[in-house]
Design a protein around this ligand. Sequence first.
Ligand code: HEM
Length: 217
Amino acid sequence: MNHCNFFQSSIGKKVVMATTGIFLMIFLLLHLSVNLFLFSGEKAFNEAVFFMRKNIFIRMMEYVLAVGFFIHILLGVQLHLTNKKIKGEIDYAMNSYLTTSFSSRTMVYTGILILCFLGLHLINFMIPMKYSDPRHLISDYDIVVTLFKNPYYTFIYVFSFFILGIHLNHGFQSSFQSLGLSNKKRLVWIQRFGFVYFWFICSGFSIIAIWFFFNDN
Ligand code: HEM
């Protein structure tokens, strides 16, 4: 199989989806780690965000992140459409250990909801940063705290983190499966790590939103 055929094949697409998915999961870990500085106070969080923003490596990785997101979404939708069309005809050997769970069947829908969340999230943070009066620049901390004073946003964010959890629950194990790194023995450990990972991400982000909704800081 030449390179072109590989990337156009379902297996090739799954490998690219898995690679971009793992990259996005690492991003989420990093993003949550920075966000947890919110609990150390305004100065600590603003400094952490400032550090990330000034870091040339992180700046470069943001472009990789944007491309990663784009490819992951594009291939995800493509795979969903192909699978729908030829449902039942192809049984991927890679999927043989997986039973079709709710989260695996709903990947494309949870993915679309996460994309909607991402649009809202970027608007929430980019508009106040870009258009605030430069003489009274709102700090990143203030933007987060103000956002979670609004019950609608808190609800939408926590709901989105729940959806993200469902997506990650299948995505984590599926990526190892697609990369051929999983076998019957390892699957149990991959599932355990996946469980810890998605709970950490899902509850970590949710606790931030809920905490700042109930507490004045
Ligand atoms: C409590 C939850 C969250 C908070 C408080 C939060 C906060 C922030 C902040 C302050 C920024 C701007 C950072 C900067 O300009 O350097 C940002 C950017 C971003 N967030 Fe979030 N975020 C949350 C959850 C999420 C989740 C769940 C995702 C992904 C599904 C996500 C994806 C992004 C992306 C892609 C960016 C732009 C890239 C970047 O600047 O690093 N965020 N977020």
